[in-house]
Write a protein that binds this ligand. Structure first.
Ligand code: ADP
Length: 256
């Protein structure tokens, strides 16, 4: 027979487990949400920059002043969200809870390309999606977390490209997986970088010179998410010769 005391302890333990679970879901939502906010803020940043640079026609002095103010405010907001992401250690949080389902990867890629169209235009970089002619199978992915991988790779390909560079996105089916490649013609990765770019907070010196804004957590997070899906991520690069990132993601096999 369970004593009253034992029953109380059991109830407390159950309550505690529920609380921990709820806390982890909350932290998870916050990290994914913060990441999505940062993507939107970055898109806004590049649109404002196009106005300031006069790419969309000459502004009056008053309009330019207001745009500069909007640019600075937006930049500050990006800084705050980036700090939030670091403080929350998106990598630790993201690992906790995945919800896998059938996902159309073509639609996700097209939607990410759309999100980065302003940034690509501002950097004078063209994104070319080499959509396969054959119908591709759907993938087994977390529809909130998997897009973070695409966002990180697209953002890097654009920001580490040179002006008038091109970014090629391609995909194919291979041995139970869909393999995606993101190829740029940018600054490339140094020999030291090749050993370290998936480490948390690592940034190549040339990358820092080209783009002061960066956290060094994007690839670390992308690798974690891909591996938690059962895929692999790797790259080919030479300094000044551009970079191609590849990753694989399992095909959806139906609910078993
Ligand atoms: P961040 O871009 O914020 O610095 P990431 O974790 O996304 O952080 O990338 C880590 C580092 O890997 C970058 O700082 C850069 O040195 C290198 N890197 C990533 N993608 C590319 C790329 N497409 N071309 C050149 N270098 C890259």
């Amino acid at each position: 027979m369970e004593t009253d005391k034992q029953a109380d302890i059991k109830t407390l333990q159950e309550e505690n487990e529920k609380l921990i679970k709820r806390q982890s879901i909350k932290a998870d939502l916050m990290s994914v949400g913060a990441h999505q906010i940062r993507t939107s803020l970055s898109a806004i940043k590049w649109i404002i920059k196009m106005f300031i640079d006069g790419d969309l026609g000459k502004l009056t002095a008053e309009q330019e002043n207001l745009m500069r103010k909007a640019y600075e405010d937006n930049d500050r907001a990006i800084g705050i969200v980036t700090e939030l992401l670091q403080a929350n250690k998106i990598d630790d949080v993201i690992e906790k809870k995945y919800s896998f389902s059938e996902v159309n990867i073509i639609e996700l890629i097209e939607s990410s390309i759309f999100d980065f169209s302003g940034e690509a235009f501002a950097h004078k970089v063209e994104i070319i999606f080499l959509k396969p002619e054959m119908k591709l199978p759907t993938i087994n992915a977390d529809k909130d977390k998997f897009p973070i991988v695409l966002q990180n790779l697209f953002e890097n390909a654009i920001k580490y490209s040179n002006q008038y560079g091109k970014v090629f996105i391609a995909l194919r089916e291979k041995d139970g997986f869909v393999e995606v490649s993101v190829k740029d013609m940018g600054i490339g990765i140094s020999e030291k970088g090749k050993k370290n770019i998936f480490e948390k907070f690592y940034r190549d010196t040339t990358a820092k010179e080209k783009e002061s804004a960066g956290s060094g957590i994007g690839l670390f997070t992308a690798k974690k998410i891909i591996e938690d899906h059962g895929g692999k991520i790797w790259f080919e690069s030479g300094k000044g010769e551009g970079t191609t990132f590849f990753f694989t993601i399992p095909i959806y096999k139906g609910s078993e």
